[in-house]
Design a protein around this ligand. Sequence first.
Ligand code: HAM
Length: 434
Amino acid sequence: MGKAERIQGVRGMNDVLPTDEVYWDRFEEAVATVMRGYGYRRIRTPIVEPTALFVRGIGEVTDIVEKEMYSFTDALNGDELTLRPESTAGVVRAVIEHNLLYDGPKRLWYQGPMFRHERPQKGRYRQFNQVGVEALGMTGPDADVEVILLGNRLWDELGLGGIRLEINSLGQADERNAHRAALIAYFEEHREQLDGDAQRRLHANPLRILDTKNPAMQALVEAAPRLGDFLGPESLAHFTEVQRLLAANKVEFRINPRLVRGLDYYNLTVFEWVNEDGLTLCGGGRYDPLIAMLGGNPAPACGFALGVERVLEQLRRNAPDLGATGCDVYVIHAGGAVGEVAFQTAERLRDAGLEVILHCGGGSFKSQFRRADASGARFAVIAGEDELARGEVSVKWLRGSPIGEGAARQETVALAALADWIVDAMVASDGADI
Ligand code: HAM
């Protein structure tokens, strides 16, 4: 019989392999610590939401809604559903549905997979993970600055370098409308320089033209009317206060007057953290209109989401070798009756809090030693027939031997004292906390 045809994973949707786990662990620990530090509580919403939520929330004429959503009709009941492309809309839906703002503002965070049908490339996937925060029910620039400080602390906690913060203000709807009218007039005057995408967006969403990657349009876009010139005194005051508070907290930032976001719900402050290659690791801002747009009592809000894969990639650049995490002990044994004792020995070591792999599947001591080495274990415990008859096992340092790396140190230890012996050896050699 020939080999069966392989089934490949879906393009742009990645497996996270165990070798990546050390980065994920480090990341998730930092996230949990920072969220606790700022009083944010986790919310978990479904991966599937009604399509209308995103169309109304994110905006009909956005890249996400126009061409990136995994939308489908539920064959069983005809519901129009979508795999969430982001989580802000879902969180706001849940906040409204459960009336979470009834007793005051809420600080929420989430983590999970998002889905966008984009062209896969490095840092751009069809299933990717986000961690996000949403601060709901707070109007002032202090809330904007709080979420930015939270983001910054997370980078610090991770030791992440090489990223910069850019901020801008999108003002309010009437200010954007005045700017929009001026933009349309300007682009209409230069219609012959617009590419197909821009022509199509000219009336529907001229702001997105400013985001064009087309080099032939850069000069045109550069000279276009700037939103900053259309902001009224209140919007300007909000933006000025954000800047003042950031400076007072020693947060470095750059004002990028061209910073627009790909989702329609934003007003006033928007911001992004961008790396050396211009890739956005994290983006967000204030979105005061969204709660009312989705049928809730009007309430202000702001937040951000970071792309976990992008942050982990940056972490890898900063710390290319976080070190493979091996277990503490690999138990090698002669099988048969000895194998039974080896099972029990492994259990007793686990009782002592040690991480233990018990060799399964038999094989020579030599081949078992190879497995033990590959497992990354600190110690090999060797249970042989003769030693066991004396109530003893051998312990061999595979790594971090106190008499020098690579030195083959091996000792005989009484079975009854084994767990204590290993714990003591680990504490003595690096103060490991068990
Ligand atoms: P967003 O800018 O669409 O904002 O996405 C946030 C982050 O998710 C991006 O900066 C990027 O790191 C990551 N990301 C987006 N698309 C992909 C992709 N295809 N592959 C890998 N990573 C990706 C939002 O989603 C808003 N909900 C943020 C927000 C929260 N605003 C207010 N609250």
